[in-house]
Write a protein that binds this ligand. Structure first.
Ligand code: FES
Length: 139
């Protein structure tokens, strides 16, 4: 089995059994967005703890395996990190989580939808403005 096959299996596992899927009863940040190409959406909720750390994060949504798996993996990566960490999160981090698959432009949007939602929520909370590099000029 090649490493690409292994990552494909991992993506499918996260799609079928998404970690941190659901809603938080109490949260400090909520944001959602859609992939304009397909209309699929992701919503994320973040609960902050001491020192503005991401104490808990959950997501809901519908979409393809890549979008849902990437969002789920991102929630695992984000837990316990300071909210400021979200600023330094880059699309390369998401591609790496997914095993650097060979993605066409439309699939890149799928992969980055969760990151966009998390960044939009975090930037809103931090009082900053997030410019999505995949959609320049739209915000
Ligand atoms: Fe809709 Fe991937 S096809 S998010």
């Amino acid at each position: 089995m090649s490493s690409a096959d292994i990552y494909r299996e991992i993506i499918l596992d996260y799609y079928r059994h998404p970690r941190n899927f659901g809603k938080l009863e109490r949260f400090d940040i909520a944001s959602r967005d859609t992939n304009p190409l397909c209309g699929d959406e992701i919503e994320m909720q973040v609960k902050l703890g001491d020192g503005m750390k991401i104490e808990d994060v959950k997501f809901t949504g519908k979409g393809c395996a890549i979008s849902q798996a990437a969002a789920s993996m991102l929630t695992e990566l984000a837990k316990g990190k300071p909210l400021e960490w979200v600023r330094s999160l880059a699309k390369e981090d998401v591609f790496k989580m997914l095993g650097n698959p060979d993605l066409g432009p439309s699939r890149v949007k799928c992969a980055l939808l969760g990151m966009k939602v998390l960044k939009t929520g975090a930037y809103g909370y931090l009082g900053a403005h997030y410019d999505d590099p995949e959609e320049p000029g739209l915000r």
